[in-house]
Design a protein around this ligand. Structure first.
Ligand code: ANZ
Ligand code: ZN
Length: 827
């Protein structure tokens, strides 16, 4: 016959699955449903090694569930709005759509060659008007429910990309994309009120526990950042009250957020975030200039730098005093950069004895340090180390003698009764800044009318399409959206009063597009809504989501928020979108992430050409557990290819009659097959895909041995085993397994082959009773495998406690072994 030829096998089967719609779900209620989803790709170029790994993992799950008899939906689409397309268009004097859709065509072909098990009929593109129409519609739902709003705010600004960045897109003070230092700028921006959902986003994580990687849950928890404490009001003497006329001398109130109200007696000064408006409002006139200078200095710093503990503390005195509501004491008020304007209230009461940042500041400016909690540690005023342990209150009036936790409650009680404070839970989570001054995104469907204000674009006028005539330089960022220059597009009549009005020129953050795409797949062509409710009810939530850990916070948090909001709007019936999450590892080369600068990139196309699709896929899955990194310099696609050839030859060599019952086959080989299958089920359910491949390799060896020197190729157990090998391989090697399935005489796709049924009786190894005699008398009976060797049986007999007892006083002269039935020990 012919030999294993990767090229021939790929040519034979390419296009077969799509033509026969093998991966289109039936969606007819005849089978239980499962929804497998890979995080959709951004069409930045052709497929790379990272895609190859991620999609190989998702495929194992979806193909396994197909074999197990589920109706599986496994869709794919493109996250096709975003900056790279726009930057490419500027460079090439083109429209971003040209670059985007060309890349999609290339990637689509590569995904097809890679033979991923997706239903191509469900493909979506977030940059299609048919899709972003509904992104806009959903924005309007958020708007009408008070969850989308505009405010002036200092935003992170990338001077190079000329765009606003979300906090998450600022990495160590640098733009995530171009690594330019990020600065601040005040702009009127659109926000989603994700903070309204902070507590629910935390609480509902209980459902995900055990189904999402623990580190992702930890990252989300940390990002949401819940802190329990209190708000306490301090009156600033001499600073005019908010909105007061000049004659009013009652003073301005500021509120501090503290997690340690138990330390109120230890507060020796207050600190206001230098960049907060409140700093300007309370500074005494003679200190205004120093503050202004200091603010200039602070502007240039990132939040990370500001909070770094090894930076020298800086700040300016504001010439005012804050009255401690508990003690009446007057505390000097300072402005500094270590207090952040957008956390808590932007003002803190400083307790240097028990907070290191405050202590560093106190030492820098010679401010008093007062211990109020006796923790048994050394005096912080002497050591320079704040004491943070548990202990008993001292120097604290009514709190004296109380343990820390009780003092905390008591302090809250006192300020609450006095009307100067209350218990408060603070979150680190900020509202989601969603507007971008860029072109290649979904336009925000709002019209600004001088008479009516913000007016939503009426639903029947959606989508607000992007102008098609802007290209090249016209798209270059100029500090405002390029859309502002498209005057025909911008100038419209107000939908409410008919007067002249202007469109909002910002586009939405592309994370908005990806916050609902998983819903769209259930009814991708729906023209009446973002999704068909019944279809979403049938398919969602997603049973298995697969993607990189780089999306551990943003994308997943935003999607969870969207789902909860849509639930509240009555649009979906569940509150968590992704039941289970798998974060695949990275593909490295030489222990390092592949990068241009290191020159260690591996081209996926070349690997596929050299070793074949199946060998590359098998290598990805075999290399390590799915969540671990794969070092391409440590693996052997060559070895994978050899193994596949070995497996394929089994199908070629198998001559057993398809009609002969497996039950008539060789007992030992059957046992091995059934054990491999049952173990693989457990391994697949627990995500140990690599071990399944190792077990399949063992089974291949066992079958080869059976064919060559055991029961021979015509035994029905050989066919049973080779079929099992083929189905196991179909999880990772679609071409080879399809070819094997045909060699075995099947007409339908191996994808549709039912998972082998395990016979529990075959999992029990055959055993017999061996008799152990000492001096001719039966001393023990042992249950041993029927095929036990003489050596093993002798060892078992000598190890028997009954025999050992007799042998302590005697010397063994001779041992006669007749495996598997008898051992005779002569002493
Ligand atoms: C007094 C105090 C005494 C504090 C003490 C801590 C220890 P987390 O846990 O992160 O929520 N704080 C409040 N707002 C701040 C801001 N905008 N910038 C910098 N620091 C701020 O931290 C809450 C604590 O951080 C608050 O409790 C406050 O200092 C400080 F022994 O108040 B604490
Ligand atoms: Zn109007």
């Amino acid at each position: 016959g012919t030999d294993y030829d990767t090229r021939r096998i790929e040519d034979t089967w390419s296009g077969y699955w799509e033509k026969h719609r093998v991966f289109a779900p039936l969606d007819d209620d005849s089978l239980p449903r499962r929804y497998v989803l890979d995080m959709f790709p951004y069409p930045s170029g052709d497929l790379h090694m990272g895609h190859a790994e991620a999609f190989a993992m998702g495929d194992v799950v979806s193909r396994y569930w197909l074999h197990r008899g589920f109706d599986v939906m496994h869709p794919i689409g493109w996250d096709s709005f975003g900056l790279p397309a726009e930057n490419a268009a500027i460079k090439r004097d083109a429209h971003p759509a040209e670059w985007t859709y060309r890349n999609i065509d290339t990637q689509r072909e590569s995904f097809k060659r890679y033979a991923i098990s997706v239903d191509w009929d469900r493909e979506i593109h977030t940059s299609d008007p048919e899709y972003y129409r509904w992104t806009q519609w959903l924005f309007l739902q958020f708007y009408s429910h008070g969850l989308a709003y505009r405010k002036d705010s200092p935003v992170n600004w990338c001077p190079k990309d000329q765009t606003v960045l979300a906090n998450e897109q600022v990495v160590n003070g640098l733009c995530e994309r171009c690594h330019t230092p990020v600065t601040k700028k005040s702009l009127n921006q659109w926000y989603f009120k994700i903070t309204d959902y902070a507590q629910r986003l935390l609480d509902d994580m209980a459902e995900l526990e055990g189904h999402w990687p623990e580190r992702v849950l930890a990252m989300q928890r940390n990002w949401i950042g819940r802190s329990e404490g209190a708000h306490v009001k301090f009156v600033i003497e001499g600073a005019p009250a908010e909105g007061a006329d000049a004659a009013d001398t009652s003073g301005r109130e500021v509120t501090v957020f503290t997690t340690r109200p138990d330390t109120l007696y230890g507060a020796t000064f207050c600190v206001v975030a230098a960049d907060a408006a409140i700093a300007l409002a309370i500074a005494a006139p003679e200190h205004a200039e120093a503050l202004a200078e200091y603010r200039e200095q602070v502007k240039a710093l990132s939040d990370i730098e500001r909070q770094s503990s090894d930076r020298e503390k800086t700040g300016v005195f504001l010439g005012r005093y804050a009255v401690n509501p508990l003690t009446g004491e007057k505390l000097p008020v300072w402005a500094s950069d270590y207090v952040l304007a957008d956390y808590g209230t932007g003002v803190v009461m400083a307790v240097p004895a028990h907070d290191q940042r405050d202590l560093d500041f106190a030492r820098a400016f010679d401010l008093p340090v007062r211990t109020v909690l006796d923790t048994g540690e050394e005096d912080p005023a002497v050591t320079g180390v704040a004491t943070t342990g548990d202990g008993t209150l001292v120097n604290s009036g009514p709190l004296d003698g109380l343990p820390r936790a009780e003092a905390l409650d008591k302090a809250i009680e006192i300020v609450t009764e006095a009307g100067t404070g209350e218990r408060h839970v603070n979150f680190r989570l900020r509202d989601w800044l969603l507007s971008r001054q860029r072109f290649w995104g979904a336009p925000i469907p709002i019209i600004h009318c001088p008479a009516c204000g913000e007016v939503p674009v009426p639903e029947d006028q959606l989508p607000v399409r992007l102008p098609e005539d802007l290209r090249g330089e016209q798209l270059a960022p100029k500090g405002q959206s390029p859309l502002a220059a498209a005057s025909d597009w911008v100038n419209v009549s107000c939908p409410a009063c008919g007067g002249p009005a202007k469109r909002d020129t910002d586009t939405m953050d592309t994370f908005v597009d990806s916050s609902w795409y998983y819903l769209r797949y259930a009814s991708p062509a729906d023209e009446t809504g973002p999704f068909e409710r019944a279809a979403v009810d049938r398919w969602l939530p997603v049973d298995q989501y697969v993607g990189g850990v780089e999306h551990a916070i943003l994308h997943l948090l935003y999607s969870r928020f969207f789902t909860k909001a849509l639930y509240d709007f009555g649009l979906v019936g569940f509150t968590e979108p992704f039941k289970a999450l798998l974060n695949q590892g990275q593909v490295l080369n030489g222990g390092k992430a592949m990068s241009k600068s290191l020159g260690n990139g591996v081209d996926l196309g070349e690997q596929l050409d050299e070793f074949g699709v199946d060998a590359v896929r098998l290598t990805m899955v075999f290399a390590s557990p799915p969540e671990d990194d794969v070092d391409w310099s440590d693996v052997s696609p060559q070895g994978a290819q050899k193994f596949l050839a070995r497996a394929w030859r089994l199908a070629q060599d198998c001559t057993s009659d398809p009609a002969a019952p497996f039950a008539d086959g060789d007992r030992a080989l059957r046992g091995t097959t059934h054990k491999t299958v049952v173990d693989s089920e457990q391994l697949l359910d627990s995500g140990k895909f690599n071990v399944v491949i190792a077990r399949t390799m063992e089974l291949v060896n066992a079958v080869r041995k059976a064919i060559d020197s055991g029961c021979g190729p015509a035994d029905p157990a050989v066919r049973e085993a080779v079929e099992a090998v083929t189905i196991l391989l179909s999880l990772v090697a679609p071409y080879t397994s399809e070819d094997m399935w045909r060699l075995l005489g099947h007409e339908d796709s191996v994808v549709r082959a039912p998972w082998p049924t395990v016979d529990p009786a075959l999992l029990v190894e055959d055993t017999v009773t061996a008799v152990v005699q000492v001096k001719g008398k039966v001393r023990d009976r042992l249950q041993v495998p029927a095929d036990i060797s003489d050596e093993d049986l002798e060892a078992a007999a000598m190890g028997s406690p009954a025999v050992q007892r007799l042998l302590t006083e005697a010397t063994v002269r001779k041992v006669i072994v007749r495996a598997p039935k008898l051992v005779n020990i002569v002493v």
